[in-house]
Design a protein around this ligand. Structure first.
Ligand code: ZN
Length: 313
């Protein structure tokens, strides 16, 4: 059964606008990011639920978190962009990831997600953090994390993707192709975390080869196997022609050839007459397997192993 993941695009459709960047609404951009991330995760085989199937959905924090436990999710990720305490602060930047205190094992995934997002957005990682509810030891402060953990999904996270109040961060987050980059990277980290490999469509794409095997059958057919790494560094495609393999040195009737010094008569341990080794002959018949018949004109001199004959210039 597929591992289930709940994604929570923060806020509602017009939630947290940032007027200096016309059209920026945290609630809309994070909804777009969640949908890109959902698609990427599904390519790995995860079953993904979002707390806002429709852009205009805006459930309570408690309802968002509870969805994760109730639907049996192994992971809950709430997607946000940050804003500083002061409305006039446009300098503060950096990504931060909050994770539930309910499970100490949550930190490594927070670290990986946070570092990756910061790298892609081009700012520093502020760190992986927990926040405790004042006066309630061991209880998470943030509502979505708290209710996810309490409902049974202890692997609960909030990713604050930079600060939308920072000009560079909001310029990044308003572009769909950038959200897609984040989605691809976040999905890959989550898939690695759960040991999932992506299902790939191999047609028309280029792959980096990790292991490569070629099996050539008796009839000359080629079977290619091995494993590839998808979405790695682009490489030049390797042309593979589905035809029978010809030996590097192939011979056909009429070719001028010499017999290698000290070669044996085909299938025996007898040598030819010494003069044979110094002479140029012709191939007389289409070689069958590794047996090559040579001579002059109509006269057969002998047969020799394919490896023991070379083209004469
Ligand atoms: Zn937010």
């Amino acid at each position: 059964m597929a591992i289930k993941i709940t994604l929570d695009p923060g806020h509602g459709v017009t939630g947290n606008p940032y007027p200096p960047r016309p059209g920026y609404y945290e609630g809309t951009q994070m909804w777009k990011l969640a949908n890109y991330l959902k698609a990427e995760l599904e390519r790995y085989g995860f079953e993904v639920v979002t707390t806002r199937p429709n852009l205009t959905d805006d459930p309570t924090l408690e309802a968002r978190g509870q969805m994760a436990g109730q639907n049996g999710s192994a992971l809950f990720v709430s997607l946000h962009s940050n804003a500083p305490a002061s409305a006039t602060d446009t300098v503060t930047t950096g990504t931060v990831v909050f994770y539930s205190m309910a499970d100490e094992a949550n930190k490594p995934l927070a670290d990986k997600l946070g570092q990756k997002v910061s790298g892609i957005m081009g700012h520093h990682y502020r760190g992986s953090m927990t926040r405790e509810y004042p006066g309630r030891p061991g209880v998470d402060y943030y509502g979505v994390i708290r209710s996810a953990a309490e409902s049974g999904c202890k692997a609960a996270y909030i990713i604050e993707h930079g600060f939308h109040t920072n000009p560079a961060d909001s310029a990044f987050l308003i572009a769909g192709e950038n959200l897609k980059k984040l989605a691809v990277a976040e999905a890959q980290i989550i898939a690695d975390h759960f040991g999932y490999a992506k299902e790939v469509n191999i047609v028309g794409k280029t792959y980096t080869i990790k292991e490569f095997t070629i099996t050539i059958g008796d009839d000359g057919t080629i079977q290619i196997g091995g494993s590839v790494q998808a979405d790695a560094v682009p490489v030049q495609p390797i042309p593979v022609e589905p035809t029978a393999v010809e030996p590097e040195d192939s011979f056909k009737p009429g070719d001028k050839v010499r017999v290698r010094q000290d070669a044996y008569v085909y299938g025996t341990s007898n040598k030819f007459a010494p003069v044979v080794y110094g002479s140029v002959y012709e191939i007389l018949q289409q070689p069958k397997g590794d047996r090559v018949v040579f001579g002059t004109g109509e006269v057969v001199i002998g047969a020799v192993h394919l490896d023991d004959i070379i083209h004469a210039e």
